[in-house]
Design a protein around this ligand. Structure first.
Ligand SMILES: NC(=O)CC[C@H](N)C(=O)O
Length: 388
């Protein structure tokens, strides 16, 4: 059934959850997890695994994730597979009901875990129809609501969805960033032992700026041989330099990269002027591009999943990457003398930039999670390696 058929449809019997789009479309289902309501942008993610990591990735702040993979929650939840403890995805929309967890690492039912983390779930939705709608019309703003008695004030929800200003122009990075400096201590995960500890005498020293980072990214800097100190998003150039970094890492994060112009971009620009080696991912990559003179744009539907192929333009090698972005660096705005694209998506969109004459580069994806022989961990090794 086309989604338009759901517009103002009566709630089916037993419906305890609803997604109300800003245009007044009602998508009914069974609520799970937290009760209440939340407003944000609806996106879709094509990953087949890693739902807990997706739900705890701060880059999803103010977003409701539609999973195209139908079986979500089937391996339960645990304390280890989270990317952060700060605000991240508001909730999720899934096809199948949440079943009992089946995995030796599961410590908690996904429904209970969602409730404990204040995230609202909506199950039993035709996620293919919703995804098609996003592909055709762009990512809509919406309210996701869950009420066990099935009673909703739909007019109020429609109003809330319609009045939400949208992600464009919204600065969220400093809201989700840690407030205090931290010596990063986590190392790689091994079965039976969990996460290792980072050696504090490792060299070189990377100062990572937290714009809403995923923990795994710091663990990968450690795995590549660095000692990592994490600074808040609003750190000044003086605070960065006081740590005597060999290189600076710019993390992923939520919101519009162009809205960070008052704090992040000027700091990055100054670090570039000082010839500091820099590696940015996702939001960090987008802000690095802005600092170097390019512009970013809001995408029609974005790229989200753990299965997006990109091509390295120098060698033609294709790698499978993990992505989560709704903004992109606009290829037409790259100043030729300053920036070059070195990695591209197959739709031609920009996926990686290098700053000419500097040891500074960025990628649009999360290099830590890419599976397979052509994985992207080499980017961490490349960065840490260039620091000597
Ligand atoms: N993963 C990210 O860092 C996302 C960057 C940015 N908020 C976007 O949506 O494009």
């Amino acid at each position: 059934m086309a989604l338009s058929a759901f517009r103002h449809a009566r709630p089916p019997a037993g419906a305890t959850g609803v997604l109300v789009l800003a245009d007044g479309t009602h998508i009914w289902g069974k609520g799970f997890g937290a009760t209440g309501e939340a407003v944000g942008e609806v996106c879709f993610n094509t990953a087949m695994t890693g739902y807990q990591e997706v739900m705890t990735d701060p880059s999803y702040a103010k977003q409701i994730v539609t999973f195209t993979f139908p079986h979500i929650g089937n391996v339960g939840a645990n304390e280890e597979d989270i990317e952060s403890k700060v605000e991240a995805a508001l909730g999720c929309v899934v096809r199948e009901d949440i079943t009992a967890p089946s995995n030796f690492r599961s410590a908690e039912d996904f429904t209970a875990w969602m409730a404990r983390h204040g995230k609202i779930g909506l199950a039993g939705v035709d996620t293919r129809a919703l995804t098609r709608r996003i592909r055709q019309s762009g990512a809509p703003n919406a309210v996701i609501a869950h009420a066990p008695n099935g009673k909703f004030d739909l007019k109020a929800l429609e109003k809330r969805a319609a009045e939400w200003p949208g992600l464009e122009g919204m600065d969220l990075a400093k809201r989700v960033s840690r407030e205090k400096q931290e010596n990063w201590e986590g190392g790689a995960w091994t079965l039976g032992k969990g996460y290792g500890r980072a050696p504090r005498d490792a060299k070189p020293h990377v100062v990572a700026i937290d714009y809403g980072s995923k923990d795994n990214i710091y663990r990968n800097l450690v795995r590549a041989g660095a000692r990592v100190t994490v600074l808040p998003a609003t750190a000044t150039v003086e605070q960065v330099m006081a740590e005597k970094p060999d290189g600076v890492f710019l993390s992923n994060g939520p919101g519009d990269p162009a809205a960070t112009g008052e704090y992040a971009v000027p700091v990055i620009r100054e670090l570039l002027d000082k010839d500091m080696p820099i590696f940015g991912i996702c939001l960090g990559h987008q802000m690095l591009a802005i600092a170097a003179g390019a512009k970013t744009t809001k995408m029609h539907q974005g790229h989200r999943g753990a299965n997006h192929p990109v091509k390295r333009l120098d060698s033609g090698v294709v790698e499978i990457t993990s992505m989560n972005h709704g903004f992109a660096v606009d290829n037409d705005t790259l100043p030729d003398d300053v920036l070059e694209t070195h990695i591209s998506l197959f739709d031609g969109s920009n996926c990686g930039i290098a700053i000419k004459g500097k040891r500074a580069f960025g990628v649009q994806y999360h290099p830590e999670a890419s599976p397979g022989p052509q994985d992207s961990f080499y980017l961490f090794e490349k960065f840490v390696g260039m620091l000597g």
